[in-house]
Ligand binder design. Sequence first.
Ligand SMILES: NC(=O)c1ccc[n+]([C@@H]2O[C@H](COP(=O)([O-])OP(=O)(O)OC[C@H]3O[C@@H](n4cnc5c(N)ncnc54)[C@H](O)[C@@H]3O)[C@@H](O)[C@H]2O)c1
Length: 303
Amino acid sequence: MKLLTIVVFGAAGFVGRNVVEKLVKEGERVVASDIAEDPFKGKITYQKADVLDRERIFDVVKGGDVVVDLAASPLVSSLEDAVGNMKVNIEGTLNILDAARKWKVNKVIYSSASSVVGNVKYNPVDEEHPCYPKTAYAVAKKACEDYIRVYNETFGLNYLIFRFFNIYGPWQSTKSGALIPNFYQRLRQNQEFQVFGDGSNTRDFTYVGDVADFYYSAIKQDVKNLVVNMGTGQGASIIELIKLASKTLGVEPRIAYKPSRPGEIGNFEADTRRLVKLFGKKPSTSLEDGLKRTFSWLEANAS
Ligand SMILES: NC(=O)c1ccc[n+]([C@@H]2O[C@H](COP(=O)([O-])OP(=O)(O)OC[C@H]3O[C@@H](n4cnc5c(N)ncnc54)[C@H](O)[C@@H]3O)[C@@H](O)[C@H]2O)c1
């Protein structure tokens, strides 16, 4: 079978590092790209590129069979700089799609977010759930989902959209503002946790090693032109998470209960039926094991 060339944008980021690691381990030919300096230190093909540099992106994609788009400006930046966030997340994605179209790439795998759903009307949340994005970041993600569908309908460009629930694991830094590295830091520094309401609302925490496995399967299998939830389908409450994280680190958490905040969303869990139908599996790492692996990575790498 012909060896595929897989171009990965956002390769220096949290999910990107894990996906590239998996693909390299499986012996795939990878072209890693990011705006950051080469984190792989010359061990694999690396193209430093800004997704807003259209010509450069056309060069990077040339020769690629599959494109994995994990480059993004994060949620926090969308609160302060909606225009900058929109540019990277929408214009950058369109540059990648146009390059993929020009070079007749087999498939683009895009990383969307479960936050496109906004108001959760029922659980588990399936891919047909109505979308009401509530942040500029989620608006951009939803726009990209629609652009990608339109590129398929208009130009026949194949795609797969993974809608990420809460992804956690190695390479997610304490500076990312993400929940689990933040919990780790608070527990290590014996800081108090503020829990709004009774802390019983659930979220779907998905281990990044499982996500990387699905990327590998999505590249290898003829699965296309769909939106697919990337979650476990098994929610954990914030209180359960704090307790499990504390147990894993062998410390006692300090929890301060505060009144619930207006607009707080209730439970938010992925319906995994489509994921299982397409791939015959769903993310399988338990929260306990995932936290153990994540914390030992943070112990070794947190600055
Ligand atoms: N981590 C999660 O839980 C989660 C949830 C929902 C969606 N997502 C999406 O998954 C993808 C990967 O997320 P992540 O957590 O790895 O984020 P990350 O911030 O760790 O990685 C994003 C990468 O994009 C790169 N980037 C930013 N601007 C760029 C530009 N102009 N040109 C080229 N590269 C640029 C960054 O340098 C970074 O390495 C993103 O699309 C994100 O929106 C992540």
